[in-house]
Design a protein around this ligand. Structure first.
Ligand code: HEM
Length: 356
């Protein structure tokens, strides 16, 4: 085995001259442009692999406790890659607007918009199409690009396979549905009543909290009582809609999520909490990656249209509002300080002595 042979360096380093017959050969600036893109796509390849491993570990009717740290490790690696990539735009920014214009026409209509790995990452994570600009359907888009010869067979097949499976967000929510709440699991008798009482208790705590917050806000001059009270009561109303449907049936996954976030100190919940934290961290790193891309693009091409035909920076900025793990973000609004919450029932179930 040799270094070059193991890494297939000869092949790898022969891939920066542009496609067959590309003329004129890439300038130094264009070589830089190609290498930065290729480096991104290589990292995308690894991200897909890591996320698929994480999805498969969670996509089970019962997830072994020792698998949770493994999932967290996959997610943490992806987060670090996104952080690295967010910084990598800095290298791209050494390309001045004029340097880029010198070869931009050679790109034709090709654009990162056609990156099938980017789309697969989004689908794998579970980005809802309704959030996408113009409700774009990534599968239909890639099928069209495939017909036009812009996306290879294996890439389309991989995207289709990923789309046919539950996303990371799906498996996470399914797993959260099984969270023991006050010691009760979905298969236990009386679980429905326990979970409902928990959720109603939390909503009551939120409501009871209102008076103190109103007094404080009015005292520091942040508005009049009626406006502030109205806003806080609306918050409790949204919390109720988040946790229960119109018939009063509790969404158990969301209740489980609220429970884990509320009783973070319970030893049995420490890895589930880490898992949720690492999902949020991953999404935050992806949002920052998108945002840094938009800033780099604004600096390089201003407000002109993208080569892929989008509005350019406006489109990229709009993608920074996408959220995959919507419930993980939403639950934050419902949290109440720990000291205002009732003690957990059945603390020994969570590896915690009531007096400790
Ligand atoms: C001078 C450098 C760059 C410019 C001016 C630029 C510009 C743009 C623009 C304007 C878009 C919106 C789609 C369009 O209309 O084309 C876009 C999308 C995209 N670009 Fe870049 N880009 C650059 C470098 C890169 C690099 C190095 C990557 C790494 C792979 C990349 C990946 C992407 C991806 C994945 C999208 C799709 C984003 C989405 O739909 O969410 N771009 N780019």
């Amino acid at each position: 085995m040799t270094y070059g042979g193991y890494l297939q360096l000869e092949s790898l380093l022969g891939l920066q001259d542009g496609p067959e017959g590309y003329s004129p050969k890439p300038s130094n600036d264009e070589l830089h442009f190609i290498i930065v893109h290729q480096a991104f796509e290589l990292w995308f390849k690894l991200i897909l692999r890591e996320l698929k491993e994480a999805r498969d570990l969670l996509n089970r009717s019962s997830v072994a406790e020792q698998d949770i740290p493994v999932v967290v490790r996959h997610l943490e690696r992806v987060t670090e890659i996104f952080r690295l990539l967010a910084d990598q735009w800095k290298v791209m920014e050494t390309l001045s607007p004029q340097d880029f214009l010198a070869f931009r026409d050679k790109l034709g209509t090709s654009s990162g918009f056609e990156s099938w790995q980017m789309r697969e990452m989004e689908v794998l994570l579970g980005l809802d199409n309704e959030q996408r600009m113009g409700g774009m359907d990534p599968l239909a888009h890639m099928e069209r690009l495939h017909q036009e010869g812009k996306v290879p067979d294996n890439a389309l097949a991989s995207l289709q396979e990923t789309a046919s499976m539950p996303s990371l967000n799906d498996v996470l929510m399914e797993w959260l549905t099984r969270t023991p709440i006050h010691g009760s699991s979905p298969e236990d008798s009386g679980d429905e009543a326990t979970v409902k009482a928990y959720v109603e208790g939390h909503l009551d705590t939120m409501t009871n909290h209102i008076d103190g917050v109103v007094r404080h806000m009015v005292a520091i001059g942040h508005g009049d009582e009626t406006t502030i009270r109205g806003r806080l009561e609306a918050g409790v109303g949204s919390a109720k809609t988040f946790l229960m449907d119109e018939e009063g049936r509790v969404n158990r996954a969301r209740a489980g999520l609220l429970f884990i976030e509320s009783y973070r100190e319970l030893p049995l919940l420490s890895w589930p909490r880490r898992l949720i934290d690492s999902m949020v961290e991953l999404e935050e790193s992806m949002v920052l990656f998108r945002s840094h891309h938009a800033r780099m693009v604004e600096r390089t091409i201003g407000r002109r249209m993208g080569t892929g035909g989008s509005s350019g920076v406006d489109y990229l900025d709009a993608t920074t509002a996408y959220r995959v793990f919507v419930d993980l973000w939403a639950v934050r609004t419902l949290l109440v300080k720990r000291s205002a919450l009732p003690d957990v029932k059945e603390p020994s179930f969570y590896g915690f002595n009531a007096r400790s």
